[in-house]
Design a protein around this ligand. Structure first.
Ligand code: SF4
Length: 366
């Protein structure tokens, strides 16, 4: 089978420079090309020609050797409060993914997908209910971040006013993308190489220049991936979806836990925190009457003893394929109170974007 053509957005700056040299061109040209891609926002080969600083011969070779396109925007929906936008993106092979732009807690964040569908099958997750189709390429991941960045740059900032609400306005302040979370469709550590290649590209200081501390990778507990993150000392944030604090309870919600058992997962988490000296964010979907009682909270406290951790509680978001109900706010607060007795910081995730099915676990391709 012939090797797939590289995509420009899947190449690091160093890889792009190496190609320029191999083709007999100066790396200065590849540096200019990189600038055009990541700072000037070019979106197709036709936007490069004619170019005052890039020779036509170089551009001809680049586009003869590499693909360069963006997913099409099949649908765009905005939440009623204006804080969330969801994009249904069409890929070249007609598969579709979703990307979410969130403006919460004074930050703008892109929630990107890493796969078409997901193989992990978490019972309350719309993506898991779709099943797995394929991994995304690094270029398809980078394109999602660039898309959100382009949306932000196209949004004219408004000056804050005296009448500005206490919470951040959805319409001003941020003109460039600063935060990316791998919490969209798919399990990022199941597609490790492409996700890390994309992160390297997003972090490049001559491009989007995202800080490692502004990137979060969320996993349902893919133990080999967590160990690899530790071995490679990847400085991004790690979020681990727990949802159950015993093997049986967890496996009932997260089928992947049958492959990577809870004790094995916690060993990998300890290895990660010991190696990187970083805390882990543990995600806990609160399902009314199922995993939201005092005993469950105490079990979480015991499980996380000795691990630098923060727990994020996420009241269940509705999906068509799961009948559970979210824990009410008082129940979430009680859960927090129990974790506080263990000295574990714990937040309750704001429920946003639910009206456009852009909340945690709701992404599908409708
Ligand atoms: S919650 Fe994450 S890992 Fe689980 S099925 Fe959904 S996308 Fe996959």
């Amino acid at each position: 089978m012939p090797a797939a053509r590289p995509h420009l957005l899947g190449l690091t700056r160093v890889e792009l420079a190496a190609r320029a040299v191999a083709w007999g061109f100066s790396p200065v040209h590849s540096a200019t090309l990189w600038n055009e891609l990541y700072l000037q926002g070019r979106r197709s080969p036709s936007e490069f020609t004619p170019h005052d600083r890039l020779p036509a011969r170089y551009l001809d070779r680049v586009f003869a050797e590499c693909d360069f396109d963006f997913p099409s925007i099949a649908k765009e929906t905005h939440s009623s409060d204006g804080f969330t936008r969801k994009y249904l993106l069409g890929l070249r092979d007609a598969h579709r993914i979703e990307t979410v732009l969130m403006r919460y807690s004074g930050r703008v964040t892109a929630c990107v997908s890493s796969q078409v569908g997901c193989a992990m099958g978490c019972v309350f997750c719309a993506t898991g209910q779709m099943g797995y189709t394929r991994h995304l390429t690094a270029a398809e991941i980078v394109a999602q971040a660039l898309h959100v960045d382009a949306v932000l740059r196209a949004t004219a900032p408004e000056a804050p006013t005296a009448a500005e609400p206490a919470h951040p306005s959805p319409h001003h302040r941020h003109e460039r993308l600063r935060n990316v979370v791998f919490m969209g469709m798919g399990e990022p550590l199941h597609n490790y190489d492409a996700v890390m290649q994309a992160i390297d590209i997003l972090r490049d200081p001559a491009g989007l220049a995202l800080g490692a501390q502004k990137i979060s990778v969320s996993t349902v507990g893919v133990v080999p991936g967590i160990r690899r993150l530790a071995a490679e000392k990847r400085p991004v944030h790690l979020a681990v979806s727990l949802h159950g604090a015993t093997q049986e309870e967890r496996a009932a919600l997260v089928p992947a836990a049958r492959k990577w058992r809870l004790d094995e997962l916690m060993d990998a988490c300890r290895e990660y925190t010991a190696t990187l000296g970083k805390r882990i964010f543990f995600e806990w979907t609160l399902i009314d009457g199922q995993n939201d009682g005092h005993a469950h909270a105490r079990a979480v406290g015991e499980l996380l003893k000795g691990i630098p951790a923060q727990v994020n509680l996420i009241p269940l978001n509705p999906t068509l394929g799961y009948a559970g109900e979210p824990t009410r706010p008082a129940g979430a607060r009680a859960f927090q109170d129990v974790l506080a007795t263990y000295g574990i910081p714990c937040t309750v995730r704001q429920r946003r974007g639910i009206d456009i099915a852009a909340g945690c676990g709701q992404l599908a391709i409708d």
